[in-house]
Design a protein around this ligand. Structure first.
Ligand code: C6P
Length: 418
């Protein structure tokens, strides 16, 4: 076992923790909060909380509409967040950055616009058995409507994707779209997206990447990955809920029909018909989540200042330590790749104790983990397990919190007389 005190972290975690008020709130009769449910949603730094407060106190107004000063100020902040986000993922233009409600909405937007307009009976969408439901269900809904088929890349025993099967699907089927997560929210597997994109393009297919679990945790460059669509959620990367991003290649977005109709997405409306606004507004009907977009801009500032490379390095150390410590606990099975680099997510079972009971006992110790199928039922079927407990780490977690998790698991075993 590596000694916790020997771990050298890339930045001072205590300084970072000081920025997150919730980590210092009394929790469950004064036990400190150990928040290990970051794959579900992250906590927010003061900078983001203050940005929301400041917007509502000082310059709350609708965007793109008013001639008055407040509206101009709100529009300026809302649009400058878009520019920060463009830079953060290295998109070529701010017009390629569409505000959505989150990853789910981004995927549904592509399904309902590009895919609906371009796919027909006989076409194939390739997804994987490892996907979150939000990257399965929208394609199944489209399949029912358009007669397209959804095929799934299987898993290898080591928790990685079967790339041979992927190549085979691409060469044998009429694949028009590949829809794959960058990183699994259960296994932590990081897929070779650049290679998958190259192969998809070689076979004339586009690729949509669900970056919900990658953008918060590692540097992402959508141009270097050469992806066509890339979507993620603000609330998993220190930002507010209700805001997310769909990146799309400009030429594709230009040609796609809009999804929702209403204010702000039009150029001209007559009673006979309408024309659409320029990108990105064509896809942003109605009053948007203004405070949330501004808050996401501040979250991006925070992540950039700390450094995505350093955050990724920190999480690498955290997951290695967590896997090592979990392996010491008798009866614990961790799911996902071993011996290769994976994201800071550990889904596990404890023999003789249901995952929900594990989570409940940990909660009594102040430790928040998620339990269940994590919106990945097909993956749990493949793993032949109904539910797993999941500890997921972020930039403010410490090795001492991993130790507390392990102690909590021993307590659970004691409570269940195992
Ligand atoms: N996963 C989890 O606990 P939304 O809900 O739209 O912000 O994100 C959906 C989503 C899409 N893809 C992946 C890979 C995800 O992990 C998630 C959200 C959370 O694992 C909540 S179910």
């Amino acid at each position: 076992m590596s000694n916790m005190t020997e771990l050298i972290l890339p930045y001072d975690v205590e300084t970072v923790r000081a920025d997150f008020p919730i980590l210092h709130e009394p929790h469950h009769d004064n036990v400190p909060l150990i928040y290990l449910d970051n794959a579900a949603s992250s906590q927010k730094p003061l900078k983001v909380i203050e940005a929301l407060d400041n917007y509502y106190r000082r310059y709350n107004a609708n965007v793109h509409r008013g001639i008055h000063k407040l509206s101009e100020e709100a529009t300026e902040a809302y649009e400058s967040a878009r520019i920060k986000i463009r830079k953060f993922i290295n998109a070529g233009s701010k017009r390629e950055i569409i505000y959505t409600k989150g990853t789910t909405e981004g995927i549904n937007l592509v399904a309902q616009t590009w895919a609906r307009a371009n796919l027909q009976n006989g076409d194939v969408i390739v997804s994987t058995v490892m996907e979150h439901h939000s990257n399965i269900v929208p394609w199944q809904m489209l399949a029912m409507e358009k007669g397209v088929t959804v095929r799934y890349v299987p898993l290898l025993d080591d928790g990685t994707l079967d790339m041979e099967a992927y190549r085979k699907l691409l060469s044998e089927e009429h694949v028009k779209l590949v829809a794959v997560a960058h990183m699994s929210n259960v296994l932590g597997t990081i897929h070779p997206i650049a290679e998958m994109a190259r192969l998809a393009h070689e076979h004339g297919a586009l690729i949509l990447v669900d970056g919900a679990q990658s953008v918060p945790h590692m540097p992402v460059d959508v141009q270097a990955l050469d992806v066509d669509f890339f979507t993620f959620s603000g609330h998993k990367m220190l930002g507010p809920t209700g805001i997310g991003i769909l990146y799309g290649r400009r030429d594709l977005l230009e040609e796609m029909p809009p999804w929702m109709g209403g204010g702000d997405m039009i150029s001209r409306v007559t009673l006979e018909g309408s024309t659409w606004a320029e990108l990105p507004h064509k896809f942003e009907a109605g009053t948007p989540n203004i405070a949330q977009a501004i808050g996401l801009g501040y979250a991006v500032d925070y992540l950039t200042e700390l450094g995505m490379d350093k955050i990724h390095e920190h999480e690498k150390i955290m997951i290695e330590y967590a896997l090592e410590r979990l392996s010491e606990v008798p009866g614990v099975t961790v799911y996902g790749p071993e011996g290769v680099h994976k994201g800071a997510v550990a889904a596990f079972t404890v023999a003789g104790i249901h995952a929900h009971d594990v989570a409940q006992i940990l909660d009594m110790e102040g430790i928040a983990v998620r339990a269940g199928h994590h919106c990945a039922m097909p993956l749990h079927n493949e793993l032949h397990v109904n539910a797993t407990a999941r500890a997921s780490f972020y930039l403010y977690n410490t090795p001492a919190e991993v130790d507390a998790l392990i102690e909590g698991l021993y307590k659970a075993q004691k409570a269940f007389k195992i």
